[in-house]
Design a binder for this molecule. Structure first.
Ligand SMILES: *[C@@H]1O[C@H](CO)[C@@H](O)[C@H](O)[C@H]1NC(C)=O
Ligand SMILES: *[C@@H]1O[C@H](CO)[C@@H](O)[C@H](O)[C@H]1NC(C)=O
Length: 470
Protein backbone atom coordinates (compact mmCIF):
# COMPACT_ATOMS: atom_id res chain seq x y z
CA UNK A 1 0.00 0.00 0.00
CA UNK A 2 1.18 3.48 -0.82
CA UNK A 3 0.65 6.47 1.34
CA UNK A 4 -1.12 9.19 -0.64
CA UNK A 5 0.67 12.49 -0.82
CA UNK A 6 -2.26 14.79 -1.61
CA UNK A 7 -5.80 14.98 -0.40
CA UNK A 8 -8.96 16.19 -2.11
CA UNK A 9 -10.72 18.73 0.04
CA UNK A 10 -14.44 19.07 0.80
CA UNK A 11 -16.47 21.66 -1.10
CA UNK A 12 -16.26 25.17 0.25
CA UNK A 13 -19.33 25.03 2.47
CA UNK A 14 -18.60 21.62 4.00
CA UNK A 15 -14.95 22.49 4.39
CA UNK A 16 -15.82 25.68 6.25
CA UNK A 17 -18.27 23.77 8.39
CA UNK A 18 -15.71 21.12 9.29
CA UNK A 19 -13.07 23.62 10.30
CA UNK A 20 -15.60 25.55 12.41
CA UNK A 21 -16.75 22.34 14.06
CA UNK A 22 -13.16 21.38 14.84
CA UNK A 23 -12.51 24.80 16.24
CA UNK A 24 -15.70 24.71 18.34
CA UNK A 25 -14.84 21.29 19.78
CA UNK A 26 -11.35 22.41 20.57
CA UNK A 27 -12.64 25.55 22.30
CA UNK A 28 -15.12 23.59 24.42
CA UNK A 29 -12.36 21.21 25.42
CA UNK A 30 -9.74 23.80 26.25
CA UNK A 31 -11.97 26.20 28.16
CA UNK A 32 -13.96 23.64 30.18
CA UNK A 33 -14.24 23.91 33.93
CA UNK A 34 -15.84 21.69 36.54
CA UNK A 35 -17.48 23.26 39.57
CA UNK A 36 -17.52 20.93 42.57
CA UNK A 37 -20.12 21.32 45.30
CA UNK A 38 -19.12 24.13 47.62
CA UNK A 39 -15.88 24.85 45.80
CA UNK A 40 -14.76 27.23 43.13
CA UNK A 41 -14.71 26.10 39.51
CA UNK A 42 -11.59 24.29 38.41
CA UNK A 43 -9.71 23.71 35.17
CA UNK A 44 -8.28 20.46 33.92
CA UNK A 45 -4.72 21.47 34.57
CA UNK A 46 -3.65 21.48 37.33
CA UNK A 47 -6.65 21.29 39.69
CA UNK A 48 -8.80 18.50 38.24
CA UNK A 49 -5.76 16.47 37.28
CA UNK A 50 -4.46 16.79 40.84
CA UNK A 51 -7.73 15.58 42.35
CA UNK A 52 -7.83 12.56 40.04
CA UNK A 53 -4.24 11.68 40.92
CA UNK A 54 -4.33 12.28 44.66
CA UNK A 55 -7.83 12.11 46.08
CA UNK A 56 -9.01 8.84 47.62
CA UNK A 57 -12.51 10.19 48.17
CA UNK A 58 -14.60 8.07 45.83
CA UNK A 59 -17.55 10.41 45.58
CA UNK A 60 -15.25 13.31 44.78
CA UNK A 61 -13.54 11.30 42.04
CA UNK A 62 -16.92 10.45 40.55
CA UNK A 63 -18.00 14.08 40.76
CA UNK A 64 -14.96 15.24 38.80
CA UNK A 65 -15.14 12.37 36.32
CA UNK A 66 -18.83 12.98 35.65
CA UNK A 67 -18.54 16.77 35.70
CA UNK A 68 -15.87 16.66 32.99
CA UNK A 69 -18.15 14.60 30.78
CA UNK A 70 -21.14 16.85 31.38
CA UNK A 71 -19.15 19.96 30.54
CA UNK A 72 -16.99 18.62 27.75
CA UNK A 73 -18.14 15.57 25.83
CA UNK A 74 -21.85 16.22 26.29
CA UNK A 75 -21.40 19.70 24.82
CA UNK A 76 -19.15 18.39 22.09
CA UNK A 77 -21.60 15.64 21.12
CA UNK A 78 -23.73 17.56 18.56
CA UNK A 79 -20.57 18.82 16.84
CA UNK A 80 -18.94 15.42 17.03
CA UNK A 81 -21.83 13.73 15.21
CA UNK A 82 -21.47 16.22 12.34
CA UNK A 83 -17.69 15.82 12.41
CA UNK A 84 -18.01 12.05 11.99
CA UNK A 85 -20.13 12.52 8.88
CA UNK A 86 -17.99 15.20 7.28
CA UNK A 87 -14.85 13.14 7.80
CA UNK A 88 -16.51 10.23 6.00
CA UNK A 89 -17.44 12.54 3.13
CA UNK A 90 -13.89 13.73 2.87
CA UNK A 91 -12.64 10.13 2.88
CA UNK A 92 -15.03 9.13 0.09
CA UNK A 93 -13.86 12.08 -2.01
CA UNK A 94 -10.40 10.54 -1.71
CA UNK A 95 -11.54 7.06 -2.76
CA UNK A 96 -11.53 5.59 0.72
CA UNK A 97 -14.52 3.63 1.95
CA UNK A 98 -14.64 5.67 5.16
CA UNK A 99 -12.54 7.95 7.36
CA UNK A 100 -11.14 5.06 9.40
CA UNK A 101 -9.66 3.56 6.24
CA UNK A 102 -8.24 6.98 5.36
CA UNK A 103 -6.50 7.13 8.74
CA UNK A 104 -5.23 3.56 8.64
CA UNK A 105 -3.80 4.22 5.19
CA UNK A 106 -1.06 6.21 6.93
CA UNK A 107 0.30 2.89 8.22
CA UNK A 108 0.58 1.34 4.75
CA UNK A 109 -0.36 -2.13 6.01
CA UNK A 110 -2.99 -4.46 4.60
CA UNK A 111 -5.27 -5.79 7.35
CA UNK A 112 -3.98 -3.17 9.78
CA UNK A 113 -6.88 -3.46 12.22
CA UNK A 114 -6.61 -7.25 12.43
CA UNK A 115 -2.86 -6.94 12.89
CA UNK A 116 -3.30 -4.49 15.79
CA UNK A 117 -5.94 -6.67 17.44
CA UNK A 118 -3.61 -9.63 17.05
CA UNK A 119 -0.80 -7.75 18.80
CA UNK A 120 -3.17 -6.81 21.60
CA UNK A 121 -4.18 -10.45 22.13
CA UNK A 122 -0.52 -11.35 22.62
CA UNK A 123 -0.14 -8.67 25.27
CA UNK A 124 -3.39 -9.45 27.03
CA UNK A 125 -1.93 -11.98 29.52
CA UNK A 126 0.53 -9.47 31.00
CA UNK A 127 -2.09 -6.69 30.88
CA UNK A 128 -4.50 -8.88 32.83
CA UNK A 129 -1.89 -9.62 35.50
CA UNK A 130 -1.08 -5.94 35.99
CA UNK A 131 -4.82 -5.13 36.00
CA UNK A 132 -5.35 -7.75 38.71
CA UNK A 133 -2.49 -6.40 40.80
CA UNK A 134 -3.72 -2.81 40.53
CA UNK A 135 -7.22 -3.96 41.49
CA UNK A 136 -5.83 -5.81 44.49
CA UNK A 137 -4.05 -2.68 45.71
CA UNK A 138 -7.00 -0.38 44.98
CA UNK A 139 -9.23 -2.70 47.00
CA UNK A 140 -7.34 -1.48 50.04
CA UNK A 141 -9.11 1.85 49.45
CA UNK A 142 -12.32 1.10 47.63
CA UNK A 143 -14.91 -1.64 47.65
CA UNK A 144 -14.30 -3.22 44.28
CA UNK A 145 -15.39 -6.66 43.17
CA UNK A 146 -12.22 -8.81 43.47
CA UNK A 147 -12.93 -10.40 40.10
CA UNK A 148 -14.70 -7.53 38.37
CA UNK A 149 -13.94 -4.58 36.12
CA UNK A 150 -12.42 -1.43 37.63
CA UNK A 151 -14.50 1.73 37.93
CA UNK A 152 -12.70 3.96 35.49
CA UNK A 153 -12.54 6.95 37.86
CA UNK A 154 -10.09 5.42 40.40
CA UNK A 155 -7.20 4.99 38.01
CA UNK A 156 -5.28 8.18 38.52
CA UNK A 157 -6.45 10.53 35.79
CA UNK A 158 -9.66 11.88 34.33
CA UNK A 159 -9.74 9.41 31.44
CA UNK A 160 -8.80 6.18 33.24
CA UNK A 161 -5.41 5.15 32.22
CA UNK A 162 -4.09 2.98 34.70
CA UNK A 163 -1.28 5.15 35.68
CA UNK A 164 1.44 5.46 38.17
CA UNK A 165 1.70 8.56 40.22
CA UNK A 166 5.29 9.52 40.52
CA UNK A 167 7.17 12.37 42.04
CA UNK A 168 7.13 15.52 39.99
CA UNK A 169 10.86 15.68 39.58
CA UNK A 170 11.10 12.15 38.21
CA UNK A 171 8.18 12.80 35.89
CA UNK A 172 9.71 15.99 34.57
CA UNK A 173 13.07 14.38 34.05
CA UNK A 174 11.40 11.60 32.08
CA UNK A 175 9.45 14.09 29.95
CA UNK A 176 12.61 16.06 29.27
CA UNK A 177 14.31 12.92 28.02
CA UNK A 178 11.29 12.02 25.91
CA UNK A 179 11.46 15.42 24.23
CA UNK A 180 15.18 15.03 23.67
CA UNK A 181 14.36 11.80 21.85
CA UNK A 182 12.15 13.82 19.47
CA UNK A 183 14.88 16.41 19.04
CA UNK A 184 17.38 13.70 18.16
CA UNK A 185 14.96 12.43 15.49
CA UNK A 186 14.53 15.99 14.09
CA UNK A 187 18.30 16.42 13.90
CA UNK A 188 18.87 13.09 12.19
CA UNK A 189 16.46 13.78 9.32
CA UNK A 190 17.06 17.54 9.05
CA UNK A 191 19.04 17.03 5.80
CA UNK A 192 16.05 15.50 3.96
CA UNK A 193 13.58 17.36 1.70
CA UNK A 194 10.72 18.83 3.69
CA UNK A 195 8.15 16.12 2.84
CA UNK A 196 10.36 13.41 4.35
CA UNK A 197 11.13 15.24 7.57
CA UNK A 198 8.83 13.11 9.69
CA UNK A 199 8.72 9.81 11.54
CA UNK A 200 8.65 6.61 9.46
CA UNK A 201 5.01 6.31 10.53
CA UNK A 202 2.78 7.93 13.18
CA UNK A 203 4.19 5.66 15.89
CA UNK A 204 7.92 6.05 15.27
CA UNK A 205 8.46 9.54 16.60
CA UNK A 206 6.67 8.71 19.81
CA UNK A 207 8.47 5.38 20.11
CA UNK A 208 11.86 7.11 20.02
CA UNK A 209 10.72 9.68 22.59
CA UNK A 210 9.40 6.98 24.90
CA UNK A 211 12.48 4.84 24.41
CA UNK A 212 14.82 7.64 25.43
CA UNK A 213 12.57 8.59 28.36
CA UNK A 214 12.39 4.98 29.55
CA UNK A 215 16.12 4.43 29.26
CA UNK A 216 16.64 7.29 31.69
CA UNK A 217 14.57 5.49 34.32
CA UNK A 218 16.50 2.24 34.47
CA UNK A 219 18.29 1.75 37.80
CA UNK A 220 21.43 0.95 35.76
CA UNK A 221 21.33 4.34 34.09
CA UNK A 222 20.34 6.30 37.20
CA UNK A 223 23.34 4.78 38.93
CA UNK A 224 25.66 5.55 36.05
CA UNK A 225 24.72 9.24 36.02
CA UNK A 226 24.92 9.49 39.79
CA UNK A 227 21.21 9.78 40.67
CA UNK A 228 21.11 6.40 42.36
CA UNK A 229 23.95 6.06 44.86
CA UNK A 230 24.18 2.27 44.87
CA UNK A 231 24.49 0.02 41.86
CA UNK A 232 21.24 -1.85 41.27
CA UNK A 233 21.17 -5.15 43.08
CA UNK A 234 18.67 -7.79 44.04
CA UNK A 235 15.50 -8.89 42.29
CA UNK A 236 13.29 -6.37 44.12
CA UNK A 237 14.75 -3.38 42.35
CA UNK A 238 14.29 -5.11 39.01
CA UNK A 239 10.64 -5.82 39.78
CA UNK A 240 10.05 -2.27 40.99
CA UNK A 241 11.51 -0.88 37.80
CA UNK A 242 9.45 -3.26 35.68
CA UNK A 243 6.23 -2.43 37.51
CA UNK A 244 6.88 1.27 37.02
CA UNK A 245 7.55 0.67 33.33
CA UNK A 246 4.44 -1.52 32.98
CA UNK A 247 2.23 1.20 34.45
CA UNK A 248 3.58 3.60 31.84
CA UNK A 249 3.34 1.28 28.86
CA UNK A 250 1.41 -2.00 29.12
CA UNK A 251 -1.56 -0.41 30.85
CA UNK A 252 -2.00 2.20 28.13
CA UNK A 253 -2.30 -0.29 25.28
CA UNK A 254 -5.98 -1.26 25.48
CA UNK A 255 -7.06 2.37 26.07
CA UNK A 256 -5.25 3.57 23.00
CA UNK A 257 -6.56 0.70 20.92
CA UNK A 258 -10.17 1.10 22.03
CA UNK A 259 -10.39 4.78 21.12
CA UNK A 260 -9.52 3.96 17.51
CA UNK A 261 -11.41 0.67 17.29
CA UNK A 262 -14.48 2.65 18.31
CA UNK A 263 -13.95 5.36 15.69
CA UNK A 264 -13.16 2.81 12.98
CA UNK A 265 -16.40 0.92 13.71
CA UNK A 266 -18.48 4.06 13.82
CA UNK A 267 -17.03 5.32 10.54
CA UNK A 268 -17.63 1.96 8.89
CA UNK A 269 -21.29 2.33 9.83
CA UNK A 270 -21.28 -0.74 12.08
CA UNK A 271 -22.90 1.05 15.01
CA UNK A 272 -26.28 2.78 15.18
CA UNK A 273 -26.02 6.39 16.28
CA UNK A 274 -28.02 5.80 19.47
CA UNK A 275 -25.60 2.98 20.38
CA UNK A 276 -22.36 4.94 19.95
CA UNK A 277 -21.70 5.36 23.65
CA UNK A 278 -22.82 1.85 24.54
CA UNK A 279 -20.41 0.43 21.96
CA UNK A 280 -17.59 2.48 23.46
CA UNK A 281 -18.14 1.08 26.96
CA UNK A 282 -18.48 -2.44 25.65
CA UNK A 283 -15.07 -2.09 24.06
CA UNK A 284 -13.64 -0.55 27.23
CA UNK A 285 -14.94 -3.45 29.31
CA UNK A 286 -13.79 -6.09 26.90
CA UNK A 287 -10.30 -4.73 26.18
CA UNK A 288 -9.38 -2.74 29.28
CA UNK A 289 -11.52 -4.23 32.06
CA UNK A 290 -12.98 -0.90 33.17
CA UNK A 291 -16.53 0.38 33.45
CA UNK A 292 -18.20 3.78 33.97
CA UNK A 293 -18.63 4.67 37.65
CA UNK A 294 -22.12 6.11 37.16
CA UNK A 295 -24.94 5.37 34.70
CA UNK A 296 -24.64 7.10 31.34
CA UNK A 297 -27.58 8.90 29.79
CA UNK A 298 -28.68 9.40 26.19
CA UNK A 299 -27.13 12.88 26.37
CA UNK A 300 -23.65 11.42 26.82
CA UNK A 301 -21.00 10.63 24.26
CA UNK A 302 -17.90 9.85 26.28
CA UNK A 303 -15.05 9.34 23.77
CA UNK A 304 -14.53 13.08 23.03
CA UNK A 305 -13.86 13.61 26.75
CA UNK A 306 -10.34 12.73 25.61
CA UNK A 307 -8.24 15.45 23.98
CA UNK A 308 -7.18 13.34 20.99
CA UNK A 309 -10.71 12.37 20.10
CA UNK A 310 -12.10 15.88 20.48
CA UNK A 311 -9.21 17.26 18.44
CA UNK A 312 -9.15 14.89 15.48
CA UNK A 313 -6.00 12.86 16.26
CA UNK A 314 -5.70 9.12 15.86
CA UNK A 315 -4.71 7.10 18.94
CA UNK A 316 -3.32 4.00 17.28
CA UNK A 317 0.01 5.82 16.96
CA UNK A 318 0.37 5.50 20.74
CA UNK A 319 -0.47 1.82 20.60
CA UNK A 320 2.08 1.16 17.86
CA UNK A 321 4.71 3.32 19.55
CA UNK A 322 4.64 1.16 22.69
CA UNK A 323 5.17 -2.04 20.71
CA UNK A 324 7.88 -0.39 18.59
CA UNK A 325 9.61 1.07 21.64
CA UNK A 326 10.52 -2.38 22.96
CA UNK A 327 11.41 -3.74 19.53
CA UNK A 328 13.81 -0.86 18.95
CA UNK A 329 15.20 -1.20 22.46
CA UNK A 330 15.97 -4.85 21.83
CA UNK A 331 17.58 -4.07 18.46
CA UNK A 332 19.80 -1.35 19.94
CA UNK A 333 20.75 -3.48 22.96
CA UNK A 334 21.82 -6.22 20.57
CA UNK A 335 23.95 -3.69 18.69
CA UNK A 336 25.43 -2.52 21.98
CA UNK A 337 26.41 -6.10 22.83
CA UNK A 338 24.21 -6.16 25.93
CA UNK A 339 24.05 -9.45 27.77
CA UNK A 340 21.45 -10.45 30.33
CA UNK A 341 17.74 -9.66 30.71
CA UNK A 342 16.45 -6.93 28.41
CA UNK A 343 15.28 -4.69 31.25
CA UNK A 344 18.85 -4.38 32.58
CA UNK A 345 20.16 -2.92 29.32
CA UNK A 346 21.55 0.63 29.45
CA UNK A 347 22.49 2.10 26.08
CA UNK A 348 24.30 5.06 27.59
CA UNK A 349 27.61 5.60 25.82
CA UNK A 350 27.25 2.82 23.26
CA UNK A 351 28.58 4.04 19.90
CA UNK A 352 27.39 0.93 18.09
CA UNK A 353 23.80 1.44 19.25
CA UNK A 354 24.06 5.12 18.36
CA UNK A 355 25.14 4.29 14.81
CA UNK A 356 22.22 1.92 14.26
CA UNK A 357 19.76 4.42 15.72
CA UNK A 358 21.11 7.27 13.60
CA UNK A 359 20.97 5.24 10.39
CA UNK A 360 17.29 4.45 10.99
CA UNK A 361 16.21 7.90 12.11
CA UNK A 362 18.11 9.65 9.30
CA UNK A 363 15.67 8.12 6.79
CA UNK A 364 12.80 10.17 8.20
CA UNK A 365 9.67 9.21 6.30
CA UNK A 366 11.51 8.74 3.00
CA UNK A 367 11.20 4.93 3.13
CA UNK A 368 8.29 2.66 4.04
CA UNK A 369 8.36 2.11 7.81
CA UNK A 370 9.06 -1.64 7.60
CA UNK A 371 12.43 -0.80 6.00
CA UNK A 372 13.28 1.59 8.80
CA UNK A 373 12.19 -0.98 11.36
CA UNK A 374 14.41 -3.54 9.72
CA UNK A 375 17.44 -1.29 10.07
CA UNK A 376 16.68 -0.64 13.73
CA UNK A 377 15.64 -4.13 14.78
CA UNK A 378 16.58 -6.62 12.06
CA UNK A 379 12.89 -7.36 11.40
CA UNK A 380 10.38 -5.56 9.22
CA UNK A 381 7.32 -6.75 11.13
CA UNK A 382 5.80 -5.37 14.29
CA UNK A 383 6.16 -7.88 17.10
CA UNK A 384 5.21 -8.03 20.77
CA UNK A 385 7.98 -10.51 21.57
CA UNK A 386 10.49 -7.92 22.88
CA UNK A 387 7.83 -6.31 25.07
CA UNK A 388 6.79 -9.65 26.50
CA UNK A 389 10.41 -10.62 27.04
CA UNK A 390 11.12 -7.32 28.79
CA UNK A 391 8.28 -7.89 31.25
CA UNK A 392 8.75 -11.63 31.70
CA UNK A 393 10.35 -11.28 35.18
CA UNK A 394 7.41 -9.11 36.29
CA UNK A 395 4.98 -11.67 34.91
CA UNK A 396 6.68 -14.36 36.98
CA UNK A 397 6.65 -12.18 40.08
CA UNK A 398 2.93 -11.41 39.71
CA UNK A 399 2.16 -15.10 39.34
CA UNK A 400 4.15 -15.77 42.51
CA UNK A 401 1.90 -13.24 44.25
CA UNK A 402 -0.93 -15.71 43.81
CA UNK A 403 -2.28 -13.92 40.75
CA UNK A 404 -3.17 -16.73 38.44
CA UNK A 405 -5.50 -16.77 35.55
CA UNK A 406 -8.24 -19.11 36.66
CA UNK A 407 -10.06 -18.86 33.40
CA UNK A 408 -13.81 -19.06 33.45
CA UNK A 409 -14.45 -15.82 35.30
CA UNK A 410 -13.12 -13.90 32.36
CA UNK A 411 -15.58 -15.29 29.90
CA UNK A 412 -18.77 -15.99 31.81
CA UNK A 413 -20.90 -13.70 33.94
CA UNK A 414 -19.48 -13.29 37.39
CA UNK A 415 -21.07 -14.36 40.59
CA UNK A 416 -20.90 -12.10 43.59
CA UNK A 417 -18.12 -11.79 46.11
CA UNK A 418 -14.63 -13.20 46.23
CA UNK A 419 -13.82 -16.76 45.35
CA UNK A 420 -14.07 -19.29 48.15
CA UNK A 421 -10.37 -19.44 48.89
CA UNK A 422 -10.18 -15.64 48.94
CA UNK A 423 -7.82 -15.61 45.99
CA UNK A 424 -8.42 -12.66 43.74
CA UNK A 425 -7.41 -14.23 40.50
CA UNK A 426 -6.93 -12.53 37.17
CA UNK A 427 -9.37 -11.14 34.65
CA UNK A 428 -12.75 -9.55 34.98
CA UNK A 429 -16.22 -10.85 34.49
CA UNK A 430 -17.67 -9.51 31.30
CA UNK A 431 -20.83 -8.72 33.11
CA UNK A 432 -22.93 -7.32 30.31
CA UNK A 433 -26.04 -7.17 32.46
CA UNK A 434 -24.32 -4.85 34.90
CA UNK A 435 -22.83 -2.83 32.05
CA UNK A 436 -26.26 -2.60 30.45
CA UNK A 437 -27.57 -1.13 33.67
CA UNK A 438 -24.88 1.51 33.46
CA UNK A 439 -25.18 2.41 29.81
CA UNK A 440 -28.84 1.87 29.19
CA UNK A 441 -29.98 4.90 31.06
CA UNK A 442 -31.50 4.76 34.47
CA UNK A 443 -29.89 1.60 35.82
CA UNK A 444 -28.40 0.94 39.22
CA UNK A 445 -25.73 3.17 40.65
CA UNK A 446 -22.33 1.66 41.17
CA UNK A 447 -21.96 -0.32 44.37
CA UNK A 448 -18.50 1.05 44.92
CA UNK A 449 -17.98 3.26 47.91
CA UNK A 450 -14.88 4.62 49.43
CA UNK A 451 -13.63 3.02 52.61
CA UNK A 452 -11.19 5.66 53.61
CA UNK A 453 -10.03 9.01 52.46
CA UNK A 454 -7.38 9.49 55.05
CA UNK A 455 -4.41 9.22 52.81
CA UNK A 456 -3.50 11.10 49.70
CA UNK A 457 -0.64 8.82 48.89
CA UNK A 458 -1.49 6.52 46.07
CA UNK A 459 -1.16 2.98 47.29
CA UNK A 460 0.56 1.56 44.32
CA UNK A 461 3.24 4.19 44.62
CA UNK A 462 4.48 2.49 47.78
CA UNK A 463 5.88 -0.19 45.63
CA UNK A 464 8.08 2.21 43.73
CA UNK A 465 9.40 4.25 46.59
CA UNK A 466 12.52 2.17 46.52
CA UNK A 467 13.46 3.65 43.18
CA UNK A 468 12.03 7.09 43.40
CA UNK A 469 13.36 8.02 46.78
CA UNK A 470 16.77 6.43 46.72
C1 LIG B 1 -19.51 27.16 16.33
O1 LIG B 1 -19.86 27.89 17.48
C2 LIG B 1 -20.41 29.15 17.20
C3 LIG B 1 -20.56 29.86 18.52
O2 LIG B 1 -21.23 29.06 19.46
C4 LIG B 1 -21.74 28.96 16.47
O3 LIG B 1 -22.31 30.21 16.16
C5 LIG B 1 -21.47 28.19 15.18
O4 LIG B 1 -22.69 27.91 14.53
C6 LIG B 1 -20.73 26.92 15.46
N1 LIG B 1 -20.33 26.32 14.20
C7 LIG B 1 -20.83 25.17 13.72
C8 LIG B 1 -20.33 24.75 12.39
O5 LIG B 1 -21.65 24.50 14.31
C1 LIG C 1 5.85 -9.93 8.02
O1 LIG C 1 5.21 -9.00 7.18
C2 LIG C 1 5.04 -9.45 5.85
C3 LIG C 1 4.55 -8.29 5.03
O2 LIG C 1 3.65 -7.50 5.72
C4 LIG C 1 4.11 -10.65 5.85
O3 LIG C 1 3.90 -11.12 4.55
C5 LIG C 1 4.72 -11.75 6.72
O4 LIG C 1 3.86 -12.83 6.82
C6 LIG C 1 5.07 -11.23 8.10
N1 LIG C 1 5.84 -12.20 8.82
C7 LIG C 1 5.54 -12.58 10.05
C8 LIG C 1 6.49 -13.53 10.69
O5 LIG C 1 4.58 -12.16 10.67
Amino acid sequence: MMRKAFQMELNEEDGKNLSQILSNMSTIYSTAQVCLQGQQCMELDPELTNIMANSRNYSQLVEVWEGWRKNVSRKIKPYYLQYLELMNEKAKLNDFSDAGQMWRNEYETEGFQEAMEGLYREIRPIYKLVHAYVRKRLREHYQIDPRGALPVCVLGDIWGRIKMCTQVTMDDLQVAHHELGHVQYFMQYAHLPLTYRDGANGGFHEAIGELVGAMMETPQHLNKVGLLPHPPSGPEMGVNHLMMAALQTVTTLPFHLVHDLWRWRVWRGEVEEDKYNEEFWKLMLEYAGVEPPVPRTDKDLDPPALFHVANNYDMIRYFTRTILQFQILEGLCRAAGHEGPLHTCDLHGSEEAGKVLASGLALGSSKPWPEVLKILTGSSNMSTRPLRQFFAPLEEWLKDKGLRDTGPRDTGPRDSGPRDNGQEGVGWGKDWRRLNDLINYGGVASAVTTTTATTTTITILLLFLLIVST
